[in-house]
Ligand binder design. Structure first.
Ligand code: C5P
Length: 233
């Protein structure tokens, strides 16, 4: 199964993004375009990064009524992206509609995954803010099961829930895991975190890493470290 380190390009615009990527002279990392860069550059961000040879995870986390999400996904299907996502909390009708919208006339489509619970959400927030009393791993597994039943290919979750998701949805169901920090680093706003090495040991398929690479003194060295820990190369 594919396994890779995805860099979250959380930059405010094109200049900062290209200056960052220019440092990677001999590698083309898998990259994630999130809300910040997409709202700044629009679909052109996808076109330019594809042209430079990067695989792209478009992380827009759609969450709206089924018809709106279906139409939005139909627009995104025209972009040459490799993976995109939505919030499982939107429910099964929304996820099914999204899959329909994302499927191109020739039957192909980017990988569609569902955000379960954000890695910035703690058990306490689940209880107090969302009024969900169940343990985090159970909530995440339930969202993952619903996503799998709707035909999605995987979920975004913390590495800490990978085992529960794989047990519920099978080994081939993808787990894409943010909340990655190197040993001894602060968590910032993330809560459910692990190191790249732990994510590999636990069985994540992809890790998403942002600030530990983008804000590192030497981003290429930090990326290479994440790759060597996670991919064991
Ligand atoms: O900088 P950091 O490594 O915390 O970045 C993590 C990235 O992953 C951010 O772009 C964030 O939007 C994204 N993400 C997340 N948790 C999720 C889904 C996406 O942190 N559940």
């Amino acid at each position: 199964m594919a396994s890779d380190v995805i860099i979250a390009l959380d930059f405010p615009g094109k200049d900062e993004t290209m200056a960052f990527l220019d440092r990677f002279s001999d590698r083309k990392p898998y990259v994630k375009i999130g809300m910040e860069l997409f709202y700044a550059m629009g679909p052109q961000a996808v076109r330019e990064l594809k042209q430079r040879g990067h695989k792209i995870f478009l992380d827009l986390k759609l969450h709206d009524i089924p018809n709106t999400v279906k139409s939005a996904m139909a627009v995104l299907s025209k972009l040459d992206i490799d993976m995109t996502n939505l919030h499982a909390a939107g429910g099964s009708k929304m996820m099914q509609a999204a899959l329909e919208g994302l499927t191109r006339p020739d039957g192909t489509r980017p990988i569609l995954i569902a955000v379960t619970q954000l890695t910035s959400t703690s058990q306490e927030m689940l209880k107090n803010d969302l009024l969900i009393d169940r343990p985090m791993a159970e909530v995440v597994s339930h969202y993952a099961k619903t996503a799998a039943e709707c035909g999605l290919s995987g979920v975004v979750c913390s590495p800490l829930e990978v085992q529960a998701v794989k047990e519920t949805c099978g080994r081939d169901f993808l787990t894409v895991t943010p909340g990655i920090r190197f040993d001894g680093q602060g968590a910032a706003d993330q809560v459910r975190i692990t190191t790249p090495r732990m994510a590999r040991e636990i069985g994540s398929d992809y890790i998403v890493i942002g600030r530990p690479v983008t804000r590192a003194d030497d981003p290429v060295e930090a990326y290479n470290r994440a790759c060597s820990e996670f991919l064991n190369i």
